[in-house]
Design a protein around this ligand. Structure first.
Ligand SMILES: [Zn+2]
Length: 224
């Protein structure tokens, strides 16, 4: 369930107060969850994704009052301001990618990866395949850094391997996805995680780049 309301928020970077949307939603993964953890019942209302942008300085954050180390310095940097207005991406995707820059600088690689993946979902809805692919490639790199650092990116029952495989598969990087999938299949795994891996393996054989759900994976593998 999603509840949305408007509230006045003071930006932690420039102190400007603006009216922003606040989203409250339950975070349960269900059958209509995509294999990269996207909740498909929200499509195409991407405006419901939880990101705020300061109209004064361009700070992008889930909540503008939240402080991040060196956020002020990053927000005024050229790389940030270029991303904020990048015409190759939908506006909302730019906001997520800007937020990813701030989180990456703070060393929060998992959060930076999720923000990049959310940017990819926005690009999917805008049918901008090139921008979606670039956002996914960035998400994969950041999530792998997070794993190396020991951050947990699992969203039960979707394991970290399935998340990475799905991101690379949707990019069309079948070789990298297959390598991760083969390694994961060699390890002892059972229940839903193994079903998801077997389903990803099948999609990779078919060079399928489309979005698929948890429910499809469980249903199809059960029938086989
Ligand atoms: Zn601001």
């Amino acid at each position: 369930m999603t509840i949305s309301l408007l509230t006045q928020v003071k930006c932690s970077v420039c102190s400007f107060t603006s009216e922003q949307q606040v989203i409250a939603k339950t975070n349960t993964l269900g059958g209509s969850t995509a294999l990269d953890t996207r909740q498909l019942e929200m499509i195409p209302s991407t405006s419901n994704l939880p990101i705020q942008v300061c109209p004064q300085c361009g700070y992008c954050c889930h909540h503008l009052a939240e402080e991040y180390p060196q956020a002020g310095k990053i927000v005024t940097s050229r790389i940030y301001q270029t991303q904020l207005k990048n015409p190759d991406y939908p506006e909302l995707a730019n906001w997520f990618l800007c937020h990813a820059l701030i989180q990456k600088q703070a060393g929060e690689f998992a959060q930076a990866g999720w923000a990049s993946l959310q940017a990819a979902w926005v690009c999917d809805d805008a049918k901008n395949d090139k921008a979606a692919q670039k956002s996914r490639q960035q998400a994969a790199v950041l999530l792998q850094k997070a794993i190396v650092k020991g951050e947990n990116i699992e969203r039960k029952p979707i394991t970290k391997e399935v998340i990475l495989i799905d991101i690379y598969r949707r990019c069309g990087d079948f070789d990298t996805a297959r390598r991760i999938c083969d390694n994961a299949l060699r390890q002892k795994s059972e229940g839903i995680p193994i079903k998801l891996l077997e389903y990803e393996h099948k999609l990779l054989r078919q060079q399928d780049k489309r979005c698929h759900t948890l429910q499809e994976a469980v249903d199809i593998v059960s029938v086989c």
